[in-house]
Design a protein around this ligand. Sequence first.
Ligand SMILES: [Zn+2]
Ligand SMILES: [Zn+2]
Length: 354
Amino acid sequence: MLALVTTPGRAHTTEVTEVPDAAARPGEVLLRPLCVGVCGTDREISEGLFGVAPDGEERLILGHEVLARVEAGGHGFTRGDIVCATVRRSCRHCLACEEGSPDGCLTGDYLERGITRLHGFAAELVAEAPEHLIRVPAGLGPLAVLAEPASICCRGIRHAEAIAGRQPWARRRTLVLGTGAIGMLGTYLLRLGGYDVWTAGRSPATEERARLAAACGAAYFSVAETSPVDVAAEVGGFDVVLEATGDAQAMIDTMSLLGRNGVACLLGIDGRPRDVCIDGRVLGVDAILQNRALFGSVNAHREDWESAVHALDEARRRWPDAVESFIGLTVGVDAFAKAFAHRGVKATLTFEGL
Ligand SMILES: [Zn+2]
Ligand SMILES: [Zn+2]
């Protein structure tokens, strides 16, 4: 079968090539991927900066955002069922993984499909254990490929609410920083949750991403024109800030955007070695006197995946035109370079017809 493979650690090795057919071992379900979403993680792996091949192998099949059709039924699934699959797998030797929460793995020895020591889903066929499959509501269609980034947002929001909920707090004003897939989905999920949402990006307020954010009722502003600090001062501080910029300075700055009892959730990654700075009084005075909190969040629990597909379905019903246009490019897997170069909210690769 054909698959999109790369050699982790070596740039420019990504190619569509023949690999041994996937087969379902006892207890697994055989799936035919319909489309696979592409994100910054895939680009980084493809550039040789990230990713680990399975033990004893040199190459890694890419793809961790999948929408697939059940090819051979069994284990509660019927041929033709449409499913997504979660990404992270248990390290098998920590409390969190033992309790079904590899998103909170305590050892860091977890595996991730298409990223760390497990082949991904960008192939004509894949096998997966049924407990890692998420049923897709009928009608959600190709949009379900957004379940992976949406599950990251669901976990971030769920944890922010849990942390904020340790004391009485106002569940009103939220700020989303960034308008990539995570920022845009975060904006929509917070609107579904009944929050007032401000979304900040680099694009001028006249561009497509601004239009998309505004389509669900969020107030968009461009950080090139307006400082988030000024907006925070104007509204009286945010109750929740969701950061999805991938810029460590923007991450630490979230602390200054919070109101009393506010919580900031960091979802971006910035591995650049550099110092970032913060006014000492924001940390040394405001954070304490106003009970502010800042935390990071990665990956998602199965319950976040379930929430994600249902939230996507609800978002699709409420704002159909906008949500449909999140996927700005769909190409066959052999044109993967085009998808990797796409700078819209989401690009996907298709497998049907190979
Ligand atoms: Zn991704
Ligand atoms: Zn673990």
